[in-house]
Design a protein around this ligand. Sequence first.
Ligand SMILES: Nc1ncnc2c1ncn2[C@@H]1O[C@H](COP(=O)(O)OP(=O)(O)OP(=O)(O)O)[C@@H](O)[C@H]1O
Ligand SMILES: [Mg+2]
Length: 422
Amino acid sequence: MMTSSGPSIRNSTRPPRAPDNRPGRLSNKSVFPLWAAIRPGAGPPSRVHQSVVKRRSAVLGRHPDGQGGQRRSGGGMDREGLVRDAATVSSAEDLASLLRRLRRRQARMRKTRVATYRDLATRTGWSRGIIGAYFTGKVLPSVDKLDELARQLDATPTELGALATARDRVDELRPAPRQLPGDVPAFTGRAAALAVLDAQPGRGPAVISSVGGAAGMGKTALAVHWAHRAATRFPDGQLYADLRGSGRRPVPPGEVLRGFLTALGAPASQLSAGLDVQAGLYRSLLAERRVMVLLDDACDAGQVRPLLPGTPGGLALVTSRSRLNSLVALENARLIVLDRLDEAQSQHLLAARLGARRLAADPAGAAAIVSACAGLPNYLAYAAANAAAHPELGLRTVAGQLAASRPTAVERRHHAVPVQAF
Ligand SMILES: Nc1ncnc2c1ncn2[C@@H]1O[C@H](COP(=O)(O)OP(=O)(O)OP(=O)(O)O)[C@@H](O)[C@H]1O
Ligand SMILES: [Mg+2]
């Protein structure tokens, strides 16, 4: 819980009393520098002021700023209060309240007006918006940003340490969403696409599409598999949403945003704002965090855009049957187009799901399945599931059933040669 600073001290020009040299007491001599620091240019402290300083110092320790010597500047009472209160900080709002106190104290000490967001933006080179977000607790500043901000507000080294510790505590208490669906069993192939994703710098989203917009080519499988592999690069969480873009009712981005904001710990009161406001808050919350956002099965760029992080610390991974060209053109997206698995990869997928022994026992049947599936992972997965559910069936029979029931829509759509197919 926050407490405010100590009793107010008025200016005085009355001379100090004789020194009090009793053990454990501050002498008048040692009060003078404290007083001069608290009220620069105010003249010597009155008896009342001396006793306030001494009493406060006795409660807080002789040198409340913890430096074991004289303070460099004033505000001792508030300083101790700030260090003490930093120990109880448990949220970004608590931390913001300390920053606001520092700001008020600076104005008192320097006898100036309270620094505005604009002043601080000029001093730091940061945007006013992000400074406002720090001061209202909407965004937790990074370690470096907090340090710089507190220095700008004349925090002492002890206070800087206490604030950094408080920030670490808030960081640990923040929810780190882990929304990824389970990894694909026996994931196979896609080495080149995985390498491209590994090298993705995070300056824009990665879009995974498929040759000719084919369904079942393994877009979601690749995205989810890589997301699990790379999860440690995003320690602040992984967000996932099925946008149902290939269905009849794609999910509106505002609905997804509300879910993400809740998962990121945004207060419920912030969830009723308009799409732009929510998107701004979302980007602010992601600004200082390394979060991966997996947007699965997008219908178009408009559905995705409000859900993209605004800063490079996070990464958005988008899957779509469409290539989302406008994301590539305007958002620096990296496009990965998936093609069919080759014969060896198809065999591998089957073996991984059915067991190498069953394939070895019926190589001709396995080859028939591979041929019937034509490198389409969804067919291979379907055939493997069928064969696993009916161990009494020969693989050739499974292949025959598949060939008989196979739709041709994917085949028809599968014609374009991609710029970059994996
Ligand atoms: N590389 C792979 N290794 C193993 N299984 C895979 C692989 N790729 C896809 N699969 C399997 O194929 C099936 C279809 O894959 P997935 O759902 O990822 O396709 P998709 O391209 O996202 O399809 P849609 O366009 O309908 O969203 C799933 O059962 C998945 O587990
Ligand atoms: Mg999919």
